[in-house]
Ligand binder design. Sequence first.
Ligand code: AMP
Ligand code: MG
Length: 350
Amino acid sequence: MKTETVVLNEQNIDTEVIERAGRILKDGGLVAFPTETVYGLGGDALNPASSERIYSAKGRPSDNPLIVHIYRIEDLETIAADIPEGAYKLAETYWPGPLTMIFHKKPIVPLETTGGLETVAVRMPSNRIAAALIKAEGGFIAAPSANLSGKPSPTSARYVIEDMDGRIDMIIDGGDSEVGLESTIVDFTGENPLILRPGYITAEMLGSVLGIAVGTDRAIISADSGLKPKAPGMKYRHYAPKGELTIVTGDPDAVRAKINELAAGDRSKGFSVGVIATKETAAGYKCDNLKIVGSKGKGEETAHSLFRVLREFDDDNTEKIYSEAFDETGVGAAIMNRLLKAAGHHIISV
Ligand code: AMP
Ligand code: MG
């Protein structure tokens, strides 16, 4: 299949291109597009054949449900049932934005889209290209991250092209993703709202609107809890670079010394080595492939660059990668969730 790549400016969207992309989707085709979280691989959420095509383009296991993207709150009721008051409060506060909510699905949503589940995950993205495309398509786009299954999510069109060229109809290049991490997922089908995947919208931000403390699925907090995650996708190895990633946690001086020691050992064996650090800690590393993920304590900066950096290590064929652990407060919970998965939960405490 020939994949067309088009460049769009979020501030000045070419409506002719959006209309054409919308028609491709209506006809059952696939279009990758920018969102504020990561790039999405879109298909018509109400067409079972489109969802099957998404799974096959990504090489994604078909029990891993897709998030349905809408462009206005009033469309929520078309696809979801039993929507509690709290969900509307969250929608009013955080939509459009990096928040996904799960509800019981209406019959119009095919089981192919929900990975066989009777529930549906819904998000309203803030990226204007995404919103315009959803509107042009007719309102409901199923879109997982636009990477091959298992790879880090793409935060720029370059990595979508790398993974999807020849597999889908169109790729819309809208520049770098602002947030850089996937949405927070909150399940509203249980007794209390529950975070199934941490993201940019933190538990505190949810709790402040709902007026109750919001918990996180215990299965994703600990690696070896033996529990099955409620979001099927969280059980798969994910976000992984080709090289072996190790996280080192502890006192900053001890972390630096340990990483330098491990890196020197790898180098003496002939491995290419990379280190992930912050602006403040970078100078302490003896490494020719050092990648900086923003300032220490600025979670938004780390979130923005983490997936890009993991992809760059793939480009560089880096074989051994070491990262400092990050503070788990605020968006840090999401950063450490993704980093631990990328490392296969390989973490050293010093
Ligand atoms: P991605 O689209 O790549 O960001 O992945 C979507 C995530 O949402 C995966 O972890 C899915 O398992 C999860 N998800 C989507 N729909 C549901 C649902 N109905 N119930 C639970 N998790 C879901
Ligand atoms: Mg994904």
